[in-house]
Design a protein around this ligand. Structure first.
Ligand SMILES: *Cc1c(COP(=O)(O)O)cnc(C)c1O
Length: 412
């Protein structure tokens, strides 16, 4: 989808607005599938939390992905979107036994990441197949907030606890059908990833009834030209060889699973916001848009550098700008960016806005969350309405009567 299309969509649906290009999602899916053609059984479970609009989930189901979910609500959304229970894996962290039992009752694949719940669940439901999430303690990427495989991480069962894990499995006679890891959101170094995979293979040997090994995700996508990204093709070649070799040793053809979120949807997303004010100060030129970290928190939360383009004036002279929001709090989208000259009313386009953007949005400052549009086969389809004042009030209980005093009493 090009800038002209984006501008038209903004005119039709208004700003701020999220737009997702179905074709880009489909191409990413095909690219990942192609990189692993050498694997007999491949499962790509889309990580719903990246972008969980039901129409996006339907698109994924249509492409042939499975679904990776982290809450019972995501499980329910997935089922509503048409995924079969067996195509859904439920990989929560820190949730109650009751919620895991609820997911199991819906027939989805359970993935457990701590020994306490494993023991309780296994004792009560030894017949339900369970996948276990291992923490291989491998640092992937540099940002410890998004790297979840390290020693202090709350995710997964430590590989140093394997003896206890095996004891629980033995005592409960539960059925372990999958092994899983998810080391974080930045696979920069394929060798580090392959090293973690070896730990997973080593762990897998302890279990006789596996159906799959799930390598999680963490594929890095480029945010701007020249950015390093995960070399999917190289990873595909190397891991395929190693995986097939392992299956041979194991004596069974297992399914190789991944759970890409960002890889499938990040680059397919565009966030469009309108410039309210161009403000010149003594040190910079600010362009303030009708948005803030209530709609796109990644720059402030992770320091994510989303590319910003002025689609209203693509040929304009380039100038330096700091693009900020309208929230009463520092909400910088980008500092000292060279952008085609900005006028009030222009539409700025934020790239890589497909993953962890809308799903992390909020009503902070009592603002409405944006609308969402799916660009499919050359046409724009509204997939989420813009919020209204009713949404701000929804679930609020107005305790008006508490503060109403009878007149006479008020005088006393
Ligand atoms: C968030 C998450 C993913 C997706 O990670 P990306 O970096 O978006 O690909 C995969 N698996 C699990 C368990 C997750 O929590």
């Amino acid at each position: 989808m090009n800038s002209l299309n984006l501008l038209k969509v903004a005119e039709e649906f208004g700003a701020p607005l999220y737009v997702y290009d179905a074709e880009k999602i489909s191409n990413q899916f095909k690219r990942l599938t192609k990189a692993f053609t050498g694997v007999g059984q491949l499962r790509l479970n889309y990580a719903a939390k990246a972008l969980s609009n039901i129409s996006i989930l339907r698109l994924m189901n249509n492409l042939g992905t499975g679904l990776d979910t982290v809450s019972i609500q995501e499980v329910k959304l997935g089922l509503m979107a048409g995924f079969k229970p067996e195509s859904i894996i439920y990989t929560p962290n820190g949730v109650s036994l009751e919620e895991i039992e609820e997911a199991a009752a819906l027939g989805v694949q359970i993935n457990i990441d701590n020994l306490s719940i494993l023991e309780q669940f296994g004792s009560k439901h030894p017949d339900v197949p369970v996948c276990i999430r291992i923490n291989p303690h491998v640092m992937a990427g540099g940002n410890s907030n998004i790297s979840v495989g390290h020693i202090d991480s709350k995710f997964g069962i430590s590989i140093h606890q394997i003896p206890h894990l095996l004891r629980i499995v033995d005592l409960t006679q539960m059925n372990i059908n999958g092994i899983h890891m998810h080391t974080g959101s930045d696979i920069l170094d394929i060798d580090v990833f392959l090293y973690a995979s070896e730990i997973l293979f080593e762990t897998a040997k302890n279990f006789k009834n596996l159906d799959f090994i799930d390598f999680g995700s963490g594929f890095k996508v480029p945010y701007k030209e020249g950015d390093i990204q995960t070399n999917i093709e190289e990873l595909g070649k190397k891991l395929t060889t190693r995986f097939n070799q392992f299956c041979e040793e194991y004596g069974k053809e297992l399914t190789l699973a991944f759970e890409p979120g960002k890889f499938l949807v990040s680059e397919a997303g565009y966030f469009l916001a309108k410039v309210n004010v161009v403000k010149q100060t003594t040190s910079t030129v600010f362009a303030s848009v009708d948005s803030g970290f209530n709609h796109l928190i990644r720059p402030m939360l992770y320091g994510a550098a989303h590319e910003i383009v002025n689609i209203s004036n693509p040929k304009g002279r380039e100038r330096y700008y700091s693009v900020v929001g309208y929230i009463c709090e520092t909400d910088t989208f980008g500092s000292n960016r060279r952008i085609n000259e900005i006028s009030e009313g222009d539409i700025l386009c934020f790239k890589n806005a497909g993953a962890y953007c809308f799903t992390m949005s909020s009503n902070y400052n009592s603002r409405y969350r944006p609308a969402e549009v799916l660009w499919y086969k050359g046409k724009a389809h509204l997939i989420r309405e813009r919020e209204t004042f009713d949404d701000i009030l929804r679930n609020q209980v107005d305790a008006k009567t508490l503060f109403e005093q009878p007149k006479a009493e008020a005088i006393k």
